[in-house]
Design a protein around this ligand. Structure first.
Ligand code: GLP
Length: 258
């Protein structure tokens, strides 16, 4: 696993956006991206939009699969992950709407929806690069602590901690935050050819330390990245505060050119 430590949020976002652009430009096949919501990837999306506007990249040949979606939240609700993705990214680039895949948290049969999502990923040829954020409790997508590391797309109940953290998007009213979500599983993410996780800010320091220095554990689902052949965490200085000095220096040294 690589750990790339950048000075601040903007620098890590720029590195990540450039990495994605290189992937798209370096391929003559459609590129399949897994994408997250949350505040962490916002600046990456902003840089990708800027690069599109400057004609440095086109998304016409990009297929996307989002990580997760709330259950029972109308698709047009401002805090649905459908709204998030269209407002913050897709509406501003040349992606083909038929190439965008987001789980339907209002599907009449949620289990069938999850099954068909896994199928659609396989039919698209698999995910080339899965971009992710990480929860304060170390979750990836909505794979809360205790999620099986072999989990697949499914229905998950959200922890109170996650709902409290996400209530900032719902007028700080916990009762407005959905209690369940559909999410890709840990194994769905790990099947991707490459996984890039963004960790920024002091509140991610504990999760980052567990991801890098802790053992592989279902209690910190991000730690599954240790088993991936092409896993990268891109973080800012603030997020490194719980790493050992030796770990910090090691990665700073070997990633000096990143
Ligand atoms: C949510 C999302 C995750 C995201 C995490 C961190 O619960 N389901 O995909 O990575 O929170 O969010 P943020 O980037 O806002 O800190």
């Amino acid at each position: 696993m690589r750990l790339i430590i950048k000075q601040d949020y903007d620098a890590l976002s720029r590195w990540t956006a450039n990495h994605i652009i290189e992937k798209i430009k370096g391929s003559n096949q459609p590129v399949v991206l897994g994408l997250p919501t949350g505040s962490s990837p916002l600046r990456v999306y902003k840089h990708l939009i800027e690069s599109y506007n400057n004609q440095q990249v086109s998304f016409a040949n990009v297929v996307t699969f989002n990580m997760d979606e709330y259950v029972n939240l109308p698709e047009d609700h401002p805090q649905s992950y459908h709204s998030f993705m269209w407002n913050n990214f897709f509406s501003h680039i040349d992606i083909k709407p038929e190439n965008v895949h987001i789980l339907n948290g209002n599907a009449p049969d949620l289990i069938a929806e999850c099954k068909s999502y896994e199928q659609r990923i396989i039919e698209s040829g698999g995910i080339d690069l899965f971009l992710g954020g990480v929860g304060v409790d170390g979750h990836i997508a909505f794979n809360e602590p205790g999620s099986s590391l072999t989990s697949r797309t499914r229905l998950k109940t959200l922890t109170t901690e996650t709902r409290v953290i996400n209530s900032r998007f719902f007028g700080n009213d916990l009762s407005n935050v959905p209690t369940q979500a559909l999410t890709v599983g840990v194994a769905t993410v790990m099947d991707a050819k490459e996984v890039v996780v963004i960790a920024n800010g002091a509140n991610k320091a504990r999760a980052l330390a567990q991801a890098v220095e802790g053992g592989v554990s279902q209690m910190w689902t991000i730690s599954a990245l240790q088993m991936h052949q092409n896993g990268i965490i891109v973080c800012d200085e603030e997020a490194t505060s719980e790493l050992r000095v030796g770990t910090y220096r090691y990665f700073k040294d070997i990633e000096i050119d990143a």
